[in-house]
Design a protein around this ligand. Structure first.
Ligand code: SAH
Ligand code: SF4
Length: 384
């Protein structure tokens, strides 16, 4: 199937400017209205603020733009949101959204309250994934396509709408923020879509718009080594590595990209990640799989492996999905493993599973969930 472009939309729909970068807005004004560079920039800056600071979806609300120009904008462009196909709220407050990018192409994102400074939004970068990590549900779904930058930003816009987080006037009071962090830990491998991830980050982190600091944006990778330095150089994103194993044999099996970029290359790329320091540590994610990677010896290996790298360790209880060939390690095992890691100086590393009842937890995302009733998903997740 040809790649579908959100901005193009169906033939009759006007081009969508929600999700556009400053440069794209500038080009739009220059092309559509024949404005010179300076005027186009000024208009683009005005629009940018309305779209991303105030979250408006009507050009008519842009009161500092002349009425005539607003009319022209409305006639030729739109500020559409991604269509929300489904919205589920977990008993722990986690919200999972199924958003339609283009007809039949859907993606999930998850808002998790009380994570990061206030709440974290886990966004997707691809529909499906080309990699096949054996413990991950998304890995069972073939890649449909990369998201555009506008579609990545579109997830943030849709969730800010749902959280009613747009200011009515004046600057944002940081204390009121509910959405304070973004993690690229949804569907897909962000480093296989770096151009769009970088472009989306440019919009999301812009101080005159959504204004989330790049230090509060984390990109998780399964280990696409050649793209790690470019990620750091281009985006200054915080880095997370899906490690999950401490030796190549096991990692080859669990995270097959390891066959291409083995552990020593991966850890070297971490040591050289631009800007890495004790104040900007790399997060190492380690999913706890019963009888697979959860012995005391492996906890010690983990500590040894990460020696000298400014690191945080995140132990993730494995989240079940239908048909998966794994079980989550017992709580006692996870605690014993965590103890060893803690004693080596890494603080509170166990990630509490969130939103498991709505299949919103790490690695449970798969966009065909629209076809299932919530009760069915819950039954399956509970293994009954
Ligand atoms: N593709 C990227 C980002 C998305 S996955 C990556 O692999 O890093 C986000 C995190 O969830 C990764 O650490 C991934 O390994 C982990 N994960 C995948 N399936 C999981 C599951 N069933 N339970 C717990 N964590 C899982
Ligand atoms: Fe893809 Fe990440 Fe899942 Fe691996 S863990 S299959 S890289 S989404």
């Amino acid at each position: 199937m040809a790649e579908l472009d959100l901005n193009a939309g169906p033939a009759a729909a006007p081009a969508n400017l929600a999700g556009a970068t400053r440069a794209e807005l500038r080009a739009t004004f220059a092309d559509a209205f024949g404005l010179d560079e300076k005027k186009a920039r000024m208009r683009a800056n005005q629009l940018f603020r309305w779209i991303y600071h105030f979250g408006v979806t009507e050009f008519d609300a842009m009161t500092d733009i002349a009425k005539e120009m607003r009319g022209e904008l409305s006639a030729r462009f739109a500020l559409r949101r991604l269509n929300m196909v489904e919205r589920q709220v977990s008993s722990d407050g986690t919200r999972k959204y199924l958003l339609e990018l283009s007809p039949g192409v859907e993606v999930e994102c998850v808002f998790i309250p009380d994570v990061g400074r206030a709440g974290a939004l886990c966004v997707s970068s691809q529909v499906g994934c080309t990699l096949n990590c054996t413990f991950c549900h998304t890995g069972t779904q073939a890649l449909v396509r990369n998201l555009t930058a506008a579609e990545i930003v579109g997830q943030v816009l849709a969730v800010k709408d749902d959280l009613e987080e747009w200011p009515t006037a004046g600057p944002v009071d940081e204390r009121d923020r509910r959405l304070s962090n973004i993690v690229f830990m949804g569907m897909g491998e962000p480093l296989y879509n770096l151009d769009n991830v970088a472009k989306a980050m440019e919009v999301i982190s812009d101080g005159e718009g959504i204004s989330l600091s790049r230090r509060r944006i984390t990109v998780s990778t399964s280990g696409v080594v050649p793209q790690m330095a470019p990620l750091g150089e281009r985006t200054s994103a915080m880095l997370a590595i899906s490690l999950h194993a401490t030796n190549d044999d096991l990692r080859d099996e669990l995270v097959p990209i390891n066959r291409k970029y083995p552990l020593d290359e991966l850890l070297d790329a971490c040591r050289n990640y631009p800007g890495v320091s004790n104040a900007r540590r790399i997060t190492f994610e380690y999913v706890m799989l019963k009888g697979v990677n959860d012995t005391d010896a492996e906890a010690r290996d983990l500590v040894r492996l990460l020696k000298g790298i400014p690191a945080k360790i995140n132990l993730i209880p494995w989240n079940p999905w239908p048909g998966a060939p794994y079980e989550c390690s017992s709580w006692e095992r996870i605690e014993a493993f965590a103890d060893i890691v803690n004693r080596a100086g890494y603080a509170s590393p166990i990630r509490t599973p969130r939103g498991r009842d709505i299949a919103a937890a790490c690695g449970q995302l798969k966009s065909d969930s629209v076809k299932k009733r919530a009760s069915e998903v819950r039954r399956e997740a509970a293994g009954v």
